[in-house]
Design a protein around this ligand. Structure first.
Ligand SMILES: *Cc1c(COP(=O)(O)O)cnc(C)c1O
Length: 382
């Protein structure tokens, strides 16, 4: 921990624990203590830690070819492209290495396709930390990095009329998360995204959906857009796609042309092999259905057990993307849960965001609910 402070730029506040291995939903620290992981690498390890099929695919690919560049053809990239396009119902994909990059590509593609400059994003949005993605991000520290893209308007999330008022002849795209993750698992009205899409169509602007956090079964559908019965013009994905290995992708029926965008590592064989194995596991183990089922169970248990505690303001979620909003900051709950063997994450100060691996069991859920209940009861009693 001392060396971390000495040699790493101090951009993160880490919990005081050294995790050395993980399997499924459980991770182990250096002293051999086990933790039920309700963070999953921030909605990344959806198939569980070190899923044997993902590990085997990475090993096998690492022994054949790790990286090549996009100056040549590789098999895993093309196989993954076809699979992703079919799953998400788009014609084309561009591969990159992270969520922010997938948003960058989406913004660039929108400008190129429409010939317009402006963007509309939501208040409390999170789309990443690179300059373009940061420009449409409202949730984080921005001021010291200005000037960002200057033609971005932020409107109230969940309010289609606000988009209607803000959109103009220079709007290239509206970008939204289908459920706001970092903002505290905020679920918009059912017709919101469809209405925004219609508004975009009317103004020849594109609709970008950021499914970086919600994609690949997290919310009980392959993509959260299915809940809202909407098809965006461009969709950004990353996080869970590689089963823990970094990879991102931007999907659309529109396309860049030669030389307009590129990434050295984008679509490299190792990342694509990991992603193909991950998608295979999600299908074989029916993790999308499982996410819906166990998410509903988790939600029900939470509501039954802690729903009417004084310290609990609201419990909400879709699939295994749940938020427990507290009356007070949740930092202490997270620290206390760590001591009791549960990894939790607190976002937007007051929301415990529960995004466990989709392979979590009912028994593990019961255990987490019990520990949360004990901690909050202690707080309620002062
Ligand atoms: C995490 C996240 C990003 C950024 O992803 P990185 O891989 O950290 O760059 C973008 N959008 C959403 C909705 C996210 O949750």
């Amino acid at each position: 921990m001392e060396k971390e402070r000495q040699f790493i730029m101090q951009t993160y506040s880490r919990l005081p624990v050294l995790i050395v291995e993980g399997r499924g939903v459980v991770v182990k620290d250096a002293d051999g203590r086990e933790y039920v992981d309700c963070v999953a690498g921030i909605a990344v390890n959806s198939v569980g830690h070190c899923h044997p099929k993902v590990v085997a695919a990475i090993k096998a690919q690492a022994e054949r070819l790790i990286h090549l560049s996009n100056l040549f053809y590789t098999e895993p990239q093309v196989a993954l492209a076809e699979k992703l396009c079919r799953l998400a119902k788009f014609e084309k994909v561009f591969f990159c290495n992270s969520g922010a990059e997938s948003v960058e590509a989406a913004l660039k593609l929108a400008r190129k396709v429409t010939g317009k400059k402006g963007f509309i994003a939501a208040q409390n949005s999170f789309h990443g930390r690179t300059f373009g993605a940061l420009s449409v991000t409202h949730h984080v520290k921005r001021d010291v990095f200005e000037p960002l893209l200057h033609n971005v308007k932020f409107v109230r999330y969940g309010d289609a009329d606000a988009v209607r008022k803000a959109i103009d002849e220079d709007t290239a795209a509206v970008i939204l998360e289908p459920i706001q993750g970092e903002a505290g698992v905020i679920i918009p009205p059912l017709e919101y995204l469809r209405e925004v899409k219609e508004i975009c169509e009317k103004h020849d602007a594109l609709f970008i959906l950021d499914e970086v956090q919600t994609g690949f079964g997290r919310t009980g559908r392959w993509f959260c857009k299915e809940h809202f019965k909407v098809q965006p013009d461009i969709m950004a994905v990353a996080k869970a796609l590689g089963g823990g290995f970094p990879i991102g992708a931007t999907l659309s029926n529109f396309s860049f042309e030669r030389g307009e965008h590129a990434s050295t590592f984008g679509g490299n064989p190792l990342a694509c092999a990991a992603a193909l194995a991950t998608l295979g596991v999600i299908e074989e183990e029916q993790l999308v259905e499982r996410s819906e089922r166990l998410g509903a169970y988790f939600m029900q248990r939470l509501s039954e057990v802690i729903g009417d505690y004084d310290s609990v303001k609201e419990i909400r979620g879709k699939g295994l993307m749940l938020g427990v909003e507290l009356q007070e900051k949740c930092e202490n709950v997270v620290n206390e849960a760590l001591k009791r063997g549960v990894l939790l994450n607190c976002t937007a100060d007051r929301v415990i965001r529960l995004v466990p691996p989709l392979v979590i069991s009912k028994k593990q859920i019961d255990g987490v609910v019990k520990i949360l209940s004990d901690i909050l009861k202690g707080f309620d009693e002062g």
